[in-house]
Design a binder for this molecule. Sequence first.
Ligand code: FE
Ligand code: FE
Ligand code: ZN
Length: 313
Amino acid sequence: MAEHTSHEGAREGREQAQVHEERGQARPAGRERAIGCHLSSSKGWAAMGETALSIGATTFAFFPRNPRGGNARAVEPDDAAGLRQIIETHGLAMPVVHAPYTYNLCSKKSDAVGFARRAMREDLERLELLPGCLYNFHPGSHVGQGSEEGIRLICEGLDEVIEPGQSTTVLLETMAGKGTEMGRTFEELAAIIDGVRADECLGVCLDTCHVWDGGYDVRDDLDGVLDEFDRVIGLERLRALHLNDSKNGRGSHKDRHERIGLGTLGFGTFERVMRSERLRDLPMILETPNELPGYEVEIALLRWMADGRASLG
Ligand code: FE
Ligand code: FE
Ligand code: ZN
């Protein structure tokens, strides 16, 4: 397939073993926790690295293209090299790149499915400039076709999109279950992972707002939810966290993020998350309604919680 050509080129010469080693490197060197937030890529990739450093972030997330549109700007190899240099020099964890919301691998419309597959393929080819990063996406909405057909279409799409041996791990995001959104239950995510050939390239990104809105009690029973995740999917698949408070109650299926501590989850939830031994090595990304100064405060707050110096709830 012609669209795979440049990707094959990018991979050439890379040792399989090295790829797997890179995939394991989700956190910065030393004991520093990997905490960051969503950053704008409008000034390029290296600029995001500089911004991350300026707000005390040790990882970050970004959209590889306009989150609502489809157009992707080319990435300058020098710009990518600049970001790799910053990551290496400062021991940042690899970014958790967020696929645009517009992709729906299980749409009813074949042109929408085709677009999602093409765009994801392009994103992953481009991300070979950032070897070992994570790429999370929303599994999609089955728009009335039913969960089973949704799972089938998502698996078919991922089989087409994932190039075995790619250095990027693709993460299914846990969803709130708005409308016909897929990925609300751990069972659905497990079924998708089961149905994909190159499942060694797959993991899960758990969003605290989404699982809570989806019905899982991460506020009063975090350990129980993680036990359940382990039983159904396997905790080794959990590769990243989105840390968001929620504007709505458990099981509301709304998906409205709130700033840390100010929503229905509250400070106590995030203290428990930050102190959980099972979560400490994961990159943690804030997607709260904030500008950079607000993110800087939240990152500091999370580090303070992780240190366990005081209790806020
Ligand atoms: Fe998301
Ligand atoms: Fe999220
Ligand atoms: Zn959300």
